[in-house]
Design a protein around this ligand. Structure first.
Ligand code: 13P
Ligand code: SF4
Length: 365
């Protein structure tokens, strides 16, 4: 149903001249290929993936073409936990990660013997950038009585300093488990997810004050107004959003969990507070439902309030084809970090298995 696709035009700064800190990322967003070129690129990528024994692992926030291509070629599109697990289980010699750098690094840490490629190595994450190891290590040193739990959206060095790594889909069960054991927690870097987990678990948590530039922009007052205009809508919120937004949610969860909620709920309307890249999968799986973007700063918004991650936007068909052809953009993680950084990641994957948390989420549309 065409009228269900509401697209809002935002202005993205396309040069590094503006004061916006993400202008550099938007400037690297690959151009949209023409239809004929697109078909040729897709065919070329399919051939290259086979030739190079490579599997494409995409996140729900990247361009729809890369999401569809991952599924069409035996890879996956999913959330961070599923991406890590899938790449680890898959026999391919090369993992191509369409997402942001911490996702590529996690794949490399889990599979040091494999080649991990990314369309653009400068695809960052504000949470990772906001938690440099030089500041994080002394913070941990100052609180030796606390178990260090870090979000996946961190560097290899920060993971190597942690006891546990978690993603949004498993953060709450892990912290509940530690709390039941009487453990006090040092949490980094996302303050909103940390606050949500603390509220839900009652655990003693000391929070690093990082945030996601995309989710930080969802606005509570405007959401309230939108809900009033759409009383039948179910509100789906990613837990990187501010507390006042999360408090209005019907479902709080990882990207995969939010998509499952959209599939399973009887509602016909949804308000979605997470990167709008997710709407592609929601609309594909539920063509008879209406998905609305939760309000950010509204129309005419700037680079940090458009509901789309500028670093996820750096992934496209053009640079994916190029990276497969040239073998450039390989992820390297300092080998000194790998043996230590793999421990908190494996601890999470083992725990997910132990509690039967499904790591394979949605499946092909
Ligand atoms: P998910 O693990 O929920 O996909 O989240 C990853 C992320 O970066 C959200 O901003
Ligand atoms: Fe990081 Fe936010 Fe982008 Fe996710 S959406 S990769 S948390 S900046």
């Amino acid at each position: 149903m065409a009228e269900q696709k509401i697209s809002i035009a935002y202005e993205h700064p396309d040069t590094a001249q503006t004061s916006c800190s993400t202008a550099h990322a938007w400037a690297r967003k690959p151009r949209e290929p023409e239809p004929a070129e697109k078909a040729e690129l897709i065919a070329r990528i399919k051939r290259l993936l086979k030739e190079q024994d490579a599997v494409l692992v995409s996140h729900y926030y990247v361009h729809p073409d890369l999401q569809d291509l991952a599924e069409a070629t035996g890879g996956i599109v999913s959330d961070s936990l599923d991406m890590a697990n899938f790449g680890h289980q898959h026999p391919a010699k090369t993992i191509v990660v369409a997402g942001v750098r911490f996702m590529g690094e996690t794949a490399k840490i889990l599979n040091p013997e494999k080649r991990v490629l990314m369309p653009d190595l400068e695809a960052e994450c504000s949470l990772d950038l906001g938690c440099p190891i030089e500041e994080f290590a002394p913070f941990c040193d100052a609180h030796p009585d606390r178990v260090v739990v870090v979000y996946a959206n961190t560097s290899a060095a920060v993971k190597a300093r942690a006891d546990w790594m978690v993603t949004s889909s498993i953060a709450l069960p892990v912290v509940k488990h530690l709390h039941e054991q009487g453990k006090k927690i040092l949490w980094a870097p996302d303050r909103h997810l940390g606050d949500y987990v603390q509220q839900q678990s009652g655990a003693d948590m000391l929070l690093w004050q990082g945030s996601c530039i995309v989710h930080d922009e969802y606005k509570a007052k405007e959401l309230q107004e939108m809900k009033a205009q759409h009383p039948g809508a179910l509100v789906l919120v990613h837990p990187e959003s501010p507390r006042a937004v999360i408090q209005q949610a019907d479902v709080v969860g990882s990207t995969t969990q939010l998509i499952k909620a959209a599939q399973n709920a009887p509602n016909k309307e949804f308000i979605v507070a997470t990167d709008n890249g997710i709407l592609h999968k929601m609309r594909t799986l539920c063509p008879d439902k209406l998905f609305l973007e939760a309000p950010t700063a509204g129309r005419g918004a700037n680079c940090t309030s458009c509901s789309h991650c500028p670093w996820m936007a750096m992934n496209g068909l053009l640079n994916l084809a190029e990276v497969l052809e040239r073998g450039n953009n390989e992820i390297h993680v300092d080998p000194a970090f790998i043996p230590r950084a793999v421990l908190p990641i494996k601890r999470m994957l083992d725990f997910a298995k132990q509690i039967n948390l499904p790591t394979r989420g949605i499946g092909n549309a």
